[in-house]
Design a protein around this ligand. Sequence first.
Ligand code: MD3
Ligand code: FE
Length: 216
Amino acid sequence: MIGDLFSDFQRERKTEALAENAVLLRGFAVSEAPELIAALDRTLAASPLRHMNTPGGRRMSVAMSNCGSLGWVSDQSGYRYLRTDPLTNNPWPPIPLPFIRLAARAASTAGYVKFAPDACLINCYQPGARLSLHQDRNEHDFTAPIVSISLGLPAIFLFGGNTRGERPRRFRLESGDVAVWGGASRLAFHGVAPLADGDNALTGRRRINLTFRKAS
Ligand code: MD3
Ligand code: FE
């Protein structure tokens, strides 16, 4: 426990350029991580995690939920944003203030001064869960960046090019790492390799990823 805290404390914070208009802010959210997880638990009490189905009828291995005025969903009819959680028939819970503050601070660090996300997709990975290569193109405004926060177990993030054929580069994302994807990188193919087992002090055997988008 002390060891975990110490290694978090020791982790270097630095900005890495992953590609044109894609920056990785290593360790950016480490000190806020416990507060983010507490707010996440309250959010998931209102709109629980669930495994969605792809339009092709496959169950996704990543469990998902949303907060914000719009939430991303997938089912037999396709991928889209909805104002209502189909599981509860209520509006999605609001994006917690600590989430908004951190996402805006990360975006401005990367040069996007007025990032106002209206959607936050919550991804929960258990060992073996993965996300195959895809583009995020259900949003209306590709000029706004996407901000992502990784919490809990580390994962290998796959970052490809603007065509599916380009071989993806691999980056290890650790708890507290924040990435900002805009401009030319906004439509890059990307995915997550199957999660390796482990035990994280904050999340147990899970990895949480929060992605903030301007969907409308
Ligand atoms: C690069 N999530 O929810 S976050 C997704 O770790 C998603 O759960 C992954 O891909 C995860 O759609 C990756 C990093 C990320 C998110 C969106 C991007 C990278 C991106 C959109 C465009 C380019
Ligand atoms: Fe994505």
